[in-house]
Design a protein around this ligand. Structure first.
Ligand SMILES: C[S@@+](CC[C@H](N)C(=O)[O-])C[C@H]1O[C@@H](n2cnc3c(N)ncnc32)[C@H](O)[C@@H]1O
Length: 215
C-alpha cells in the first residue's frame, strides 16, 4: 500500500462521496444516501488510516484495481449494516413453523431447502434451524439451510456460532437449553450453537446482485 501521510480526519469531497456511493449501489445495492455521509467518512476513514492512504480518491482508485480486490471486500464489509437478532420478526418464524407443520401433516418425508439471503452474523439461519427442528421433531426429514451474505466479517461470526449472553436474550429459555451449549471458564457468558443445529446451516459469501451459482 501507499506511503503514509497519516491524518486524524480526511476530507470527504462531494465527488468522492458520489463516486463511492454510486459504485457501492451498483456493486451490491447498498444505498449510501446523503444521510450516510458521516458513516462513510468514519468507517472508510479507518480503512484509509490503516492502509496509509492520503485521500479518499487515492483509496478509491486503489480499490478499483486488481491489486485492490481484497480491499474492495474490506470496504464493503465496513459499509454494510448488519442489524439482526434471534427470532427477529417473530411472526415470520411462527408462520414458517405453521407452514412446515402443514406440509409434514400431508407428507411422510420432506426435503426442505431454505435460504437466508443476507444472513448477517447468523442469528436468522440458526433461528430457522431451531424452528424447523421443533416443527419436525421426531421425524426423519431432510432439511438444509443455505445462509449467504456479502460481508466476510459477519460470516466469520456466523460460522463460529458463538454468541454473547446479550444476543441470546430473545431465545425462550427451554430452546436456549436445548439448542445451545453454555460456555464455562474463558467462555463464561457465551453460548455456542450445538453441533447438530449448526450442521443444518451452510454459510457462503454471495452478492445478491450476482447470478446464483448454487442449487
Ligand atoms: C440488516 S441485515 C439483516 C440480517 C437478517 N436477514 C435479519 O433480518 O435479521 C442485512 C444483511 O444483508 C447483507 N447484504 C446487503 N447487501 C447485500 C448483497 N448485495 N448481497 C448479499 N448480502 C447483502 C448485509 O451485509 C447485512 O448483513
Amino acid at each position: 500500500m501507499k506511503q503514509a501521510q497519516i491524518t486524524d480526519s480526511y476530507e470527504l469531497r462531494d465527488i468522492d462521496f458520489e463516486r463511492i456511493s454510486r459504485f457501492v449501489y451498483d456493486f451490491c445495492g447498498i444505498n449510501l444516501h446523503e444521510g450516510k455521509r458521516e458513516l462513510v467518512k468514519a468507517r472508510l476513514g479507518k480503512r484509509l488510516r490503516q492502509g496509509n492512504f492520503r485521500s479518499f480518491s487515492e483509496y478509491f482508485k486503489y480499490v478499483m484495481t486488481e491489486e485492490g480486490m481484497d480491499e474492495l471486500v474490506a470496504m464493503i464489509d465496513s459499509l454494510s449494516t448488519n442489524l439482526t437478532s434471534f427470532f427477529r420478526e417473530a411472526d415470520h418464524f411462527d408462520r414458517l413453523s405453521e407452514i412446515v407443520k402443514e406440509m409434514a401433516a400431508s407428507q411422510k418425508h420432506l426435503r426442505l431447502r431454505l435460504w437466508s439471503a443476507g444472513c448477517s452474523t447468523g442469528e436468522e439461519p440458526y433461528t430457522m434451524a431451531i424452528v424447523l427442528s421443533e416443527a419436525l421433531a421426531g421425524r426423519n426429514d431432510s432439511v438444509s439451510i443455505l445462509a449467504t451474505d456479502i460481508s466476510t466479517r459477519v460470516l466469520r461470526t456466523a460460522k463460529a456460532g458463538i454468541y454473547d449472553e446479550s444476543k441470546v436474550r430473545n431465545i425462550p429459555q427451554h430452546l436456549l437449553r436445548k439448542y445451545f451449549l453454555k460456555g464455562t471458564g474463558s467462555r463464561e457468558g457465551q453460548y455456542r450453537v450445538k453441533k447438530e443445529t449448526a450442521e443444518m446451516v451452510r454459510f457462503m459469501r454471495f452478492n445478491l446482485k450476482d447470478e446464483p451459482r448454487f442449487h
